[in-house]
Design a protein around this ligand. Structure first.
Ligand code: BES
Ligand code: ZN
Length: 611
């Protein structure tokens, strides 16, 4: 592929170190940062819940090269009202609309332009925003607003140079209804203000996809001096209990790869329609309430989002083709944090679950082998197309296999140095490979099939197999059960942890009869489990096995009506579709669709060919 890297003479001050910024070609952004780039954003927002519109003013400090006569921003479905440069009205033009990318906003610049101010409004089509009515919240009393920026949705609520390789600092003033509280990926309030006005500051330069806002009837409860949770009243204590190990996670992460660079690490628990498990917005991870299981069994998600504070937020994928640099490293780091807190056995179970996810993903991508490469080519496509298990689990497997080859101590020195040397900058796959060769492989005279891992489809032969003794137990039980040597009751009486149960359910053999499924459900109560991960995989198996007892069908429908987490709902719709139940999938989806964020809607629309 022809990837021209433009070396730019522009310099940026970060952490008192002056760095040379290199911009790769990013075909998912219209911005031309090599000509004119924004370095700081001052945002003023007025959030209107009645009309579901945000009124905004985005003022930027900009740096231009060679007296650039224009600066280009990304927008999508925004109404641009007026634009100023150096505080005086200036001409601007909205270019033609692309379905995926939106429209370039080209602004004319006078000589020596230092600032640009854009007055705008969001519209009903704004994809990043999800306005929720009180019924969709935990407390059911007040509306809620959440945003999701990754991958290219920030441009749908802020006119911005929306490429991950561009970093900006930001300030914001946000006005919301008096009874609500606003929080952002920035320094946050811990209490409600009297007038509904909130001020935010993000001093470290971050990528545009990490700008985020949530507005609701929120409260804060601290866990340590630098960690805590935001949630609605009926959720806050549960969240506080569930995430009690957050400080230990930050400490463990720091011990591995260096100081936490963002001062504060908080989590806001959102309503269940949030389309992801978690989103690593700096200083304030956004999380689904479906991780609150009551027993802290799903908190690896917090370790994952925390890990992004290094891999992703500190060292950022330059383009969405390099997405695996964000997620693969983060899964590796997540496993290391989990190992540090809960031991090797536990981490290996999580890794084994990831390996099965990867095998299933590869199976589903048999006809599109190019999409199973780590380095992607998403030109002309929605970057969301590349956001699947490959980046996560193949990326992880690559790093874990590398660790196995070079040894842990060398791996750790390498990673710590990598994060430290590239803090607050972006990384392309090519530069990473260079760095890896120089600083780990050549130096230690080690050969490793790096290019095969990164540029070839599928899993290379030298991939290690993660062994989990706890899962071996489960697999033995499955065999005995299948062969009639043990009963469902005996299965359910085993003292398995949540991951073992998940592994068990996911590996229920195809040939298991409805009668046996029923016996299992009677003794294990999977249909009525309060653990969302358990019910999700169980619902999938119920559908695969044509199992309808115990009211499971209405439980599935109820789940799909309330939960909008894309990975969960797409698993269930896909099971319906693949088992000849497309009509049923359609009927439920028709009702549930208005409850989903656009990210989830887009995925399910496509899966079910819904129009
Ligand atoms: N950054 C991702 C979420 C994301 C990916 C948003 C792609 C938009 C596009 C986040 O860190 C993530 O990976 N979340 C996972 C949880 C994790 C434990 C694997 C999720 O949402 O399930
Ligand atoms: Zn992630």
């Amino acid at each position: 592929m022809l990837l021209t890297i433009l070396i730019l003479s522009c310099t940026k001050k970060t952490n008192n170190k002056v760095k040379t910024q290199q911009y790769a070609i990013d075909y998912h952004s219209y911005a031309q940062p090599n000509k004119a780039v924004a370095t700081h954003l001052n945002l003023k927002l007025d959030v209107h819940f009645d009309t579901k519109i945000i009124d905004g003013v985005a003022s930027y400090l900009i740096t231009t090269q060679n007296n650039a006569s224009a600066i280009v921003f990304d927008t999508k479905n925004l109404e641009i009202l007026k634009v100023e440069a150096n505080k005086k009205p200036t001409k601007f033009q909205l270019e033609k609309t692309d379905d995926i990318l939106g429209r370039a906003l080209k602004i004319e610049l006078p000589k020596n332009a230092k600032t640009v101010t854009i007055y705008y409004k969001t519209t009903a089509k704004t994809e990043a925003l999800q306005f929720l009515n009180p019924q969709q919240t935990a407390d059911k009393k007040h509306p809620f607003l959440l945003t999701q920026g990754q991958a290219i949705l920030t441009r749908t609520w802020i006119p911005i140079q929306d490429s991950p390789q561009i970093r900006i600092t930001y300030n914001a003033t946000v006005k919301v209804p008096n009874e609500l509280m606003a929080v952002m990926s920035a320094k946050n309030p811990k209490q409600k203000s009297k007038d509904g006005v909130y001020h935010f500051e993000m001093k470290q330069p971050i990528s545009p996809y990490l700008i985020a806002l949530a507005v609701g009837d929120l409260a804060y409860k601290k866990i340590s001096d630098r960690t805590g949770v935001y949630a609605e009243k009926t959720v806050i204590d549960k969240a506080h209990y569930e995430f009690a190990d957050m400080e230990k996670m930050v400490t463990a992460a720091e011990n591995l790869y260096g100081k936490y660079a963002w001062q504060q690490f908080d989590v806001v628990v959102l309503p269940p329609s949030f389309p992801f498990g978690g989103m690593e917005n700096p200083r304030l991870t956004f999380a689904t309430p479906t991780v609150i299981a009551g027993d802290r069994s799903l908190t690896s998600l917090i370790a994952h989002e925390l890990a992004h504070s290094w891999s992703g937020n500190l060292v950022t994928n330059a383009t969405w083709d390099d997405f695996w640099l964000n997620e693969g490293f983060t899964v590796y780091f997540e496993m290391r944090i989990m190992e540090a807190l809960y031991g090797k056995d536990h981490a290996n179970m999580l890794a084994a679950i990831g390996r099965q996810d990867l095998e299933e993903e590869l199976q589903g991508m048999k006809n599109t082998p190019n999409d199973t490469k780590l380095k992607l080519n998403l030109k002309g496509r929605n970057p969301d197309d590349g956001m699947n298990s490959i980046a996560y689990d193949k990326g992880y497997l690559f790093l874990r296999t590398l660790e196995n080859t070079v040894g842990r101590s060398k791996m750790d020195v390498f990673l710590k140095t990598y994060f430290n040397e590239h803090a607050f900058s972006t990384m392309t796959t090519e530069r990473f490979i260079d760095y890896l060769n120089k600083n780990l492989l050549d130096k230690n005279d080690i050969t490793f099939n790096v290019n095969e891992w990164i540029y070839k489809p599928g899993i290379p032969k030298n991939a290690i197999t993660v062994k989990s003794t706890k899962f071996k137990d489960v697999e033995n039980s499955i065999n005995q059960w299948k062969n009639g040597k043990i009963t469902a009751k005996e299965i359910c009486n085993q003292d398995w942890n949540i991951q073992q149960k998940i592994h068990f359910i996911r590996n229920i053999p195809k040939e298991i009869s409805k009668v046996k499924m029923n016996a299992l459900d009677t003794h294990c109560s999977f249909t009525n489990s309060t653990n969302s991960y358990i019910t999700m995989v169980w619902f999938e198996q119920a559908i695969n096995h044509d199992y309808h007892a115990n009211n499971v069908d209405s439980k599935i429908e109820d789940f799909l009506m309330h939960v909008g987490r894309r990975w969960y709902v797409s698993t269930i719709y896909s099971a319906l579709k693949n088992n000849g139940e497309i009509k049923k999938a359609f009927a439920i989806y028709k009702k549930a669709r208005p409850n989903y964020h656009s990210v989830t809607r887009n995925t399910i629309d496509e899966m079910l060919a819904y129009k």
